[in-house]
Structures are given as C-alpha cells and as structure tokens.
Design a binder for this molecule. Structure first.
Ligand SMILES: Cc1ncc(COP(=O)(O)O)c(C=O)c1O
Length: 391
C-alpha cells in the first residue's frame, strides 16, 4: 500500500502538481522570513494587514488571561463563552442581520449549513468555480447536486426551470477565491426569486474589503437579507484572525444550532480568538483608510501589469491572478520570482482547471507602493516563451 502511495506522489511530482509547505519564521506581513530567508510576499489573504496588528495580538492575550487557552467543550455543552456570544452579536450588527453563528472555520460552516438545510429530495446548484468547501458541503448534503458554468445566469435559469420538488438552494462565492471576480449577485437574486430557491453567498474574500463600510460584496451591490438569506464570512482573511460565521434570520440560526453537525460535534474555538476577532472587527470599522489604501495598491498593480502586457484577469479585488496556462509555466514563474526574493504561489489543478494554472498575486493594505513597484519590476523579467522555455 505504502509503495502505491509513493508511486502516486512521484506521478504528481512529474506532472508539476506536487505541493510543498513553506515555514514562516515571522508573523504574517509583506516581508516575512520564509524558511530562514527574508522575502517580499504577495500571497496571503491578510488583505487589511490585521493578522499581526499589535492591538489584535494584545486582545488575544487579554482574552487568554480572562478566559484561558481552550474552551473545553462544544458550544452546546459548556464551551460557549462570553467572548463568543459578544462576537456573534457584533458580527450580526456589522452585516445588518438579526443573528450570526460562529463556526471554527468557513470550511466547517459551509459543510454545516448545507447538510443542515438540505437532504435527499432537495436540490443544490453551484457555480463551477465555487470554493471546495461549498462543493463539499453540497455533495455531503445528499441533495441532487448541479454545477452551472461560471457566472452563467442564463444556463442556471434554464436548469432551475426544470421541476425538482423539495428545497432548492443556489450557492456561490461572493468573490471567487482564485479569480478575484464578483459573482453576478443581482442577477442571481432574480433567478433565485423566480425559481423559488434560497440564495447562499460565501463572502470569504469580500468581507472587510468590499463596500464603503467593509461589509462585503452585498454592501457593495446594495443587497440585504431579503435577497440573500444565507451569508457566510470567514475571520481568517481580511479580519486577520481565525474562525467563521453564518448570518441570517433567527429561524436560520436556531436551525443551525439544532442541526449543523460541524457546529454541534466539535470543540468551540478558543475564547481568546473571539476576543481578538472583536478587536479586529472594531478596527475594520474604525479604519476605512485600510480599504482605501488597498484600492490604491490594486490600481497601481493593475496599471503596471497592464503596461507590461502581463496576462491579468478581470478582477477589481485584492486577488489579482496572472494566468500562466500550464502548471509547468506557473511553477516556473513562481520559482523565477522566488529567485528574486519574491513569494507568489503557483495555483494549479485541481484548485483551478488544468489549463488555467496561475500565479495568484494578492495585495494587502500593509503593502507599500514601493513594494508593489518592486513586484512589477520582477514580473517584467518573467520568461514569457512557450511552456518548454518556461519549464
Ligand atoms: C470562498 C471560500 N470559502 C471558504 C474558505 C475557507 O475559509 P476558512 O479558512 O475559514 O475555512 C475559503 C478560503 O480558504 C474561501 O475562499
């Protein structure tokens, strides 16, 4: 058996699909020390530069002093603590919904929501580029599972036109995690209403970043709970901490508390994490300059990359992928940048389709204009020939 695993791993390596971890010796930020080497990094989801913010770190310390290191039990046993409760209330107020429910991760939240709301006899439709956690939640729910072509409202409406019986749910990323584009939410709202389907939006990459108040893709597009009844967010990206939440009506949240297995059958997150996230949420609201600075960095990058003729994708968010095509070329590009002290990860199959491997450049309010300029200078020297040249 073990020999078969090693053979599989070797095949993966030969196909340029082998993944290896790097170790950061410093906190997250634009200039981490990676495996002992100082680098300039453009690959975290710490969009607002809060992961190592001293105030958030101090809140984590304070939370641990007041509530200890671990929660000691699941939320429904005795692990639900005052910081969890306060954070849920503050998150609900932030996104303008009656209730919010904390999960350990957004991955677990998506599994929990979809398995609690759907079962045999129900049907779920998902964008082909949805994050793995939405796909896995849909599959695990045992509902009939359909994927529609990326952002293709007409195709989705056609499929929804067929009668199904049971509950119907459309699930989509708000900001697509590997492409950076926004879901066509206004159209999805209309399609969902016409078809009598619920709409679930996972705004992992929009929360904190989009909208004047950082409330995410829904704020940017002027949509509320009546249009999108199920809203997911993670605390591990723009908020810089860890954890996730679902926000919606009293009925939705109480249903999840009763039925979401990834909420019920797991230890509640450390209370200090909730204290840290509360501080982070306060900063997201009190310091809109972070979003303004991030927009400046995005504009600088796009302008520079376009001038260099780089294969930019259509994204207005901090996710700015450069399409390489083959895994070999994406890896060669990533290694080329690494040679110049710049870290940008190559994203390959199965995370993205086989022929759409890419460098996933992500920008942060913590980056300076000079750092973006430095990245552009390095990108100007990328080998741009065919795959053979690149590999
Ligand atoms: C759309 C989307 N949902 C969920 C997740 C997972 O979030 P978490 O890291 O909180 O599990 C991610 C990214 O990792 C994501 O991009």
């Amino acid at each position: 058996m073990m020999r078969a695993l090693v053979a599989d791993l070797e095949r993966r390596r030969a196909a340029h699909l082998y993944r290896a971890r790097r170790t950061l010796d410093t906190p997250q930020g634009p200039e981490p020390v990676v495996d002992g080497r100082p680098m300039l990094a453009f690959c975290s989801n710490d969009y607002l530069g809060l992961a190592a913010d001293p105030r958030v770190v101090e809140a984590l310390r304070r939370g641990a002093r007041e509530y200890g290191a671990g929660s000691g039990a699941a939320h429904l046993v005795s692990g639900h603590m005052a910081p969890h409760q306060a954070l849920e209330q503050e998150l609900a107020a932030f996104v303008g919904r009656p209730r919010a429910l904390l999960f350990s991760t957004d991955y677990m939240a998506n599994l929990g929501v979809m398995t609690a709301l759907l079962g045999r006899g129900d049907t779920v439709w998902e964008d082909r580029l949805n994050h793995a956690s939405l796909i896995d939640g849909g599959l695990l729910s045992r509902a009939r599972f359909h994927r529609y072509p990326h952002a293709d409202l007409a195709a989705l409406a056609r499929r929804l036109g067929r009668p199904t019986g049971g509950r119907r749910l459309i699930a989509t990323d708000g900001v697509f995690s590997m492409d950076g584009d926004l879901a066509p939410l206004t159209g999805l709202v209309r399609v969902a209403a016409d078809a009598g389907a619920w709409l679930m939006v996972d705004d992992a990459h929009g929360l904190g970043v989009l909208g004047a108040g950082g409330r995410g893709t829904l704020e940017q597009l002027g949509l509320g709970i009546d249009q999108v009844p199920i809203l997911m967010g993670t605390l591990g990206k723009a908020l810089g901490t860890f954890g996730a939440f679902v926000a919606g009506t009293e009925g939705l949240i109480e249903t999840l508390i009763q039925q979401a297995r990834s909420y019920i059958y797991t230890t509640a997150p450390p209370p200090a994490l909730a204290t840290a996230s509360r501080e982070s949420l306060r900063i997201v609201q009190a310091e809109p300059w972070r979003r303004a600075r991030l927009l400046e960095r995005i504009a600088e990058f796009r302008q520079g990359a376009a001038a260099l003729g780089l294969p930019l994708m259509a994204s207005a968010t901090p996710i700015q992928p450069l399409l390489a095509g083959s895994a070999a070329r994406a890896l060669a590009w990533s290694r080329h940048l690494e040679g110049q002290g710049i870290l940008v990860t190559a994203i390959r199959s199965p995370t993205v389709p086989e022929d759409r491997a890419r460098l996933r450049v992500t920008l942060s309010a913590a980056h300076s204009a000079a750092q973006v300029e430095h990245l552009l200078e390095a990108l100007a020297t990328l080998p741009r020939g065919g795959d053979d040249d690149a590999a």
